[in-house]
Design a protein around this ligand. Structure first.
Ligand code: SF4
Length: 356
């Protein structure tokens, strides 16, 4: 392994991701950690500028067929009230978002097969016809024909977190998923021309800096264009309820290292970061992140989308939320992005998506 200084020099010089420099950075403490976060922040400013792109998040169904061991939406959780927004409600929420100034909506749900290839395609087509919004989907694992139908309907981007590439850890937390299948979903999404987002959960039981570094190397091989980090937060209605949660500082180091590896990727300061620390999102924005995803789900159902506990921003309506997030961004001396914030494909040869 390299020393911290050697590792930081390698990372800031754009070295190919390798364990010898990723691990020392992921393990950085004290003054070294501060230097790492500052280096990532500086690189973000150089490559992407000071804009923070806002993506309006619509959590439109909390039904899920799966039983991931860390997630409060797991099918076996009978204590949660389940809901589905109608097509009209989804469209009304998106229209409101566009009026407020959002350029992108993220349509997210559990793996709810009610939203079939056809049903979802209709929603995307109508959304594209009625708005100028870019559409990001985050609907989990589906087959290639379905991903293709949604792409043809006009979806621009897809988020599917791999969570971990450690075979043993993946198997232990995903009783009904297969690591190779999920990887194949991501390869398929890439082949279909989606702007591709993935990411990992930090602080899972059995995970260490070496496994996180291997995740980063795999995301690099995949060619991910949006990278999201979620700290593991134990939910009381899940099998992992008694495990220790991930820390803010580990998640921040991971964001910073990802920024060094992916200078142009879009990276969110997630709501989960704001759950473990009231200033967690600001800290993420100062460690390499450049995106925020305010929750614009109707407030009546918002509390029921409880993937992890103690989610913030449950009762703010979309207008108030937009104002609050904008103030936080300006408070950091940054600006709210006014363009679409599409992914930047430097010499990738990938066809540009068809968003307007
Ligand atoms: S993580 Fe996603 S797929 Fe797994 S139980 Fe939660 S909503 Fe379902």
């Amino acid at each position: 392994m390299l020393s911290f200084s050697e590792a930081l020099s390698a990372g800031t010089a754009g070295a190919a991701p390798a364990l010898e420099w990723l691990v020392p950075l992921l393990d950085a403490k004290g003054g070294d950690e501060t230097k790492l976060l500052a280096a990532a922040d500086k690189l973000r400013e150089k490559t992407l500028g000071n804009s923070v792109h806002l993506r309006g998040l619509i959590e439109f169904s909390n039904f899920c067929r799966k039983n991931c061991h860390y997630c409060g939406l797991r099918a076996a959780n009978k204590k949660i009230k389940r809901y589905r927004l109608s097509k009209a409600e989804i469209l009304a929420t998106a229209l409101k978002a566009e009026k407020l100034g959002y350029k992108t909506v993220v349509l997210q749900s559990g793996e709810d097969l009610y939203f079939s290839s056809e049903v979802m395609s209709e929603i995307i087509v109508e959304l594209k016809n009625k708005t100028k919004l870019a559409v990001t989907l985050s609907l989990g694992e589906r087959d290639e024909a379905t991903y293709l139908a949604w792409r043809k309907a006009g979806a621009d981007r897809y988020l599917l977190r791999i969570e971990t590439t450690d075979r043993r850890v993946f198997r232990e937390i995903h009783p009904d998923s297969d690591l190779e299948y999920r990887k194949n979903c991501l390869y398929t999404l890439k082949k279909l021309g989606y702007q591709l987002g993935s990411g990992v959960m930090a602080g899972l039981p059995g995970q260490d800096s070496t496994s996180l570094a291997k995740d980063i190397i795999w995301l690099h091989e995949l060619g991910v264009e949006m990278a999201g980090i979620g700290p593991f937060l134990p939910h009381k209605e899940t099998p992992l309820k008694d495990e220790k949660g991930g820390s803010l500082s580990q998640a921040l180091r991971l964001i910073a290292v990802l920024r060094l590896v992916f200078p142009y990727a879009h990276m969110p300061a997630t709501t989960a970061m704001g759950t473990i620390d009231p200033l967690g999102r600001e800290k993420a924005l100062e460690a390499g992140a450049n995106v925020m995803m305010p929750n614009i789900t109707p407030t009546e159902v918002r509390p029921y989308y409880e993937i992890y506990p103690n989610k913030i921003c449950l009762d703010e309506n979309a207008d108030k939320c937009f104002g609050c997030v904008t103030a936080r961004i300006i408070g950091l001396g940054r600006t709210v992005g006014t363009d679409y914030g599409h992914v930047i494909r430097k010499n990738s040869g990938i066809k540009e998506p068809n968003s307007r």
